[in-house]
Design a protein around this ligand. Sequence first.
Ligand code: FAD
Ligand code: SIN
Length: 530
Amino acid sequence: MNHETDFVIIGSGVAGLRAAVELSSRGRVLILTKSRADESNTEYAQGGVAVAMSDEDQIGLHYQDTIRAGDGLCNGAAVRLLVEEGPARILELIEWGTQFDREGAKLSFTREAAHSRRRVLHAKGDATGREINRTLLKKVRSLPEVTLVPYAFALRLEISGDRCEGVSYLTRGEDGTHEVGAGAVLLATGGIGATYRDTTNPDIATGDGHALAFRAGAALADMEFVQFHPTALKLATAPRFLLSEAMRGEGGKLRNAEGDIFMSRYHHLAELAPRDVVSRAIFSEASRTGSDVVYLDLTHLPSGFVEQRFPGIYATCMKFGLDIARQPIPVFPAAHYMMGGVLTDMHGRTTVRGLFAAGEVACTGVHGANRLASNSLLEGLVYGARAGCAMAASPRKAYTPRFTDLCSVAWEQNETDSAPPEQELRQTMSEFVGIVRHEQGLREAADRFAATPFGRGQDQSAQEVNNKLINARLVTGAALYRLESRGAHYRSDYPHRNDSQWKKRLVACYDLPGRRVRYSTAEIGGTRET
Ligand code: FAD
Ligand code: SIN
């Protein structure tokens, strides 16, 4: 190793930064982040952070809503910790300077889909993530034990025996690879949205942490569960910019191409049904009416309300010539959030000693098959802090759940000098591994990905495409094996939920010497720790 520290954190979103605060009193902390310090999914979070703190709310109701949205696959114990520890994490953020919106002196809560109460705190209307990031970055920069290195790209986890001992990384403008040894390493690398052609995520969401963990032999779970956000802007001239669910929470309606309001035909909660339901309803209304969009309509809301409540979204849409207070907005679902990821216990421990994961890259089972809106920032805070605590207390302890073997398949790993064809890969994911899936399409995608060689290049962009290919294979493989429909995973050839066979996690683990992937199942919460 070139150098040593006590703890390495990969990623500077909400989970990584919150973990850094926790670890700062326990040793030297090095945060590696591959872009600017404030470039992350966290930075773009709009709607807010869900927490049971209003007068009309209860922790138990937040628990119930999360479990219901998760469609039978949430780990109840993980959800319990999320909702119970959430308020303390939010109060702490406020103490560190986060300015959530208020009505007079009281915190202001908005409503989002599948929440039975107004429960979502927001900042500057629709800039919640930026405000939380700003606070956490300021806090971390005030801690002398923490060093944050921007434009530092984690290339590989250094594994010795069954232990993670450090990280190899590249830095901008310097040749060669750096190696840092550490007592414990945290993956806080966010999601895989950029594996799809249509996504709300920034370009950095290339699923590096999922791929690093996979290559290191860690178990990944629930990879078939990719959440599509129902309302991403769909204009030929604009990126797939997110139109927050809070817009429906404040009264926005969905209309099909014929101008009809349709959601109540699909679910009794209409526009506020769980996300997977709304996304599929939009998909089906668009196909039925021969259109490639539906419309989010806010034109009936009081004059001035939209501009004042959603200033960032209003200004962005205006840049593309759309006045959303006066014109219906063309929308269609886009890949938004990865429920699955590196399997962890409730302390962020993975199945590899010394390796931890928190935030979107991790799978504690807290979101089940479909994440409840605005639970992700809260997860980053609660589980980032928990992982930090465990890294300091027991850095070498691993998570050892019981698995039941399902099958093992060869992992083709041909290599070429050129990078894998990225646009084709993203196109295939959107076409065959999207909102509605079926065996034929999934097999087509799996065959294409198996035939796609990895690039030999060791630079960041080549490695990011390789990482997308790993994740594309894993999502497709898991989607092929889960023979039912549940939450965000919908199979038109298996349209029903099948609890008797599939109320369990699907786990993938790379067997390096054998060049095979072992698929197994695990109980949702029935696990033991060593
Ligand atoms: P991120 O915030 O994505 O941070 C990942 C970090 O890892 C980044 O700093 C990245 O640069 C770094 N990184 C990745 N790979 C490497 C590598 N190889 N080497 C070094 N660094 C690396 N959730 C909510 O709860 N409420 C919302 O209102 C909300 N709105 C959203 C709006 C949008 C447009 C999007 C995209 C997501 C939204 N989400 C929301 C989801 C939520 O923002 C994310 O799930 C959450 O912020 C993830 O936090 P994280 O810390 O796990 O990862
Ligand atoms: C949104 O504002 O709609 C995003 C909320 C989330 O993804 O949790």
